[in-house]
Design a binder for this molecule. Structure first.
Ligand SMILES: Cc1ncc(C[n+]2csc(CCOP(=O)(O)OP(=O)(O)O)c2C)c(N)n1
Ligand code: SF4
Length: 302
């Protein structure tokens, strides 16, 4: 074989190389100009290009909300499903086709109000999914009502005298249920966000990324991209040890008062995924299952 034919053969088997624009669909986003979700979408394109799997091997499931429009803006298979129900749908899909790369997305309302009960079960099953929550601390699509992560005292159309409720802390919420990968990002730092989405996708199990994605129309002035750029602190610059669950819990308490970005917790010894447990159980049962002929024999009359 000549040197040039070896080179040609190597090129023929080389993995396809993708660029972020390969994951951009022809649908034009209809978000308000300046919405944080534009930056999140850029982060997703970059992460998918780095992962290098073709669009037809990716399924992107979302609930309902401005943020839940995101699958349609990618070339992956997408399902803009039912409010709060993206996680159960994604889990079923992953079980049915374990080879698919399954991404799940939605807003803080979708994930921690109406869909809040599903988060615990997705985590305890540890299915290999990447869950991206665009946390804008408000209901965007329905025009600015209180969301589970809205700060106490916030005046909205549903809290004219100021909210009396304490916000949910999404980081503590998922860590409380034992999530093995927990990160937080902002579209104020798209390269950092892309890197953490890529890491979440590569993580073998349920991976959660809380993305503080500002709502320019109904969100608070101090929760906008310009402010994020000034106040965000990268965990890596604080000497954070992401393999230390206790340290992660400690830092996660800052949600609402500080904007910490990066990976809070990455289990150094990830638990088995639900899919792998199901496949192992199936094999075990099949090995001890009675033979078909023996079952049929039971019905044969002498
Ligand atoms: C079962 C059901 N209840 C309520 C609604 C109305 N609804 C649509 S989106 C939404 C909340 C949107 O907020 P969030 O999930 O935070 O997403 P955002 O629009 O802020 O991105 C609600 C209450 C619905 N579509 N379906
Ligand atoms: S209402 Fe808010 S979350 Fe929805 S598209 Fe507009 S800026 Fe984005």
């Amino acid at each position: 074989m000549t040197t040039s034919s070896v080179a040609t053969e190597a090129a023929a088997v080389a993995a396809p190389v993708f660029s972020p624009k390969d994951f951009k669909s022809s649908l034009k986003p209809i978000w308000c100009p300046g919405c944080g979700d534009f930056g999140v979408l850029q982060g997703i394109y970059r992460a998918l290009a780095a992962i290098g799997r073709p669009s037809h091997e990716i399924a992107f499931i979302s609930g309902i909300g401005c943020s839940s429009r995101i699958p349609g803006y990618t070339t992956a298979y997408g399902f803009n499903s039912v409010h709060g129900r993206a996680l159960p749908i994604a889990q079923g899909l992953k079980l049915a086709n374990p080879d698919l790369l399954v991404l799940v997305a939605g807003g803080d309302g979708d994930g921690f109000s109406i869909g809040g009960g599903h988060v615990a079960h997705a985590i305890r099953r540890n299915q290999d999914l990447t869950y991206l929550v665009m946390d804008n601390q408000i209901y965007g699509l329905t025009k600015g009502q209180l969301s589970p992560t809205s700060r106490k005292g916030l005046h909205t159309v549903t809290s004219a005298y100021g909210s009396l409720e304490n916000p949910v802390n999404p980081l503590m919420y998922v860590m409380g249920y034992g999530a093995a990968f927990v990160a937080q990002g902002t579209p104020a730092d798209i390269p950092g966000l892309a890197a953490m989405i890529e890491e979440a996708i590569r993580f073998p199990g349920f991976a959660f990324v809380n993305i503080q994605s500002p709502c320019v129309t109904y969100g608070e002035p101090d929760q906008q991209i310009k402010v994020h750029k000034k106040v965000m602190k990268r965990l890596e610059d604080l000497g954070h040890d992401s393999s230390d669950r206790v340290q992660a819990f400690d830092r996660a308490q800052s949600y609402g008062s500080e904007l910490l970005t990066g990976v809070f917790f990455r289990d150094p010894d990830p638990p088995p995924t639900y899919g792998s447990l199901i496949r192992a159980r199936k094999q075990e049962l099949m090995a001890s299952a009675p033979r078909r002929e023996d079952i049929l024999d039971m019905f044969v009359q002498d």
